[in-house]
Design a protein around this ligand. Structure first.
Ligand SMILES: [Zn+2]
Length: 117
């Protein structure tokens, strides 16, 4: 379970919770769901290896709460997103938006990323 660090005023999550967040992020039809997911906020892919705990990349991902209005620290309330996208989330309660995103088929655009570093 998540641990609240009183000294630093932060919540520390466990690996299993990051895994749950990953599982709750929408999949890309043409990529392994273990390697890539979609960030429901910006609709760009998230690479699993690009994890914010070990990377400072602008597309590094982290765990965010789906419904931050009722900030329950439970697996169903976790979702993987780009860390930099969190301030851009449109609502405190993203349950509808996430459900809506899952309803579509998303594809990783190989051509687009081939031309980028
Ligand atoms: Zn994003």
């Amino acid at each position: 379970m998540a641990n609240i660090n009183e000294q630093t005023q932060t919540v520390e999550f466990e690996i299993a919770e990051f895994e749950a967040a990953w599982e709750n992020a929408p999949i890309l039809e043409n990529k392994s769901k273990d390697e890539y997911r979609l960030c429901y906020i910006c609709k760009f892919p998230i690479g699993k290896k690009n994890f914010s705990e070990i990377s400072n990349d602008e597309f590094a991902w982290t765990l965010d709460l789906i419904n931050a209005k009722k900030p329950k620290l439970e697996n169903e309330n976790y979702v993987a997103v780009h860390k930099n996208c969190i301030p851009q989330r449109p609502k405190q309660d993203s349950r509808r938006q996430l459900k809506f995103t899952w309803a579509y088929k998303w594809f990783y655009d190989e051509e687009y990323y081939k031309n980028k570093k």
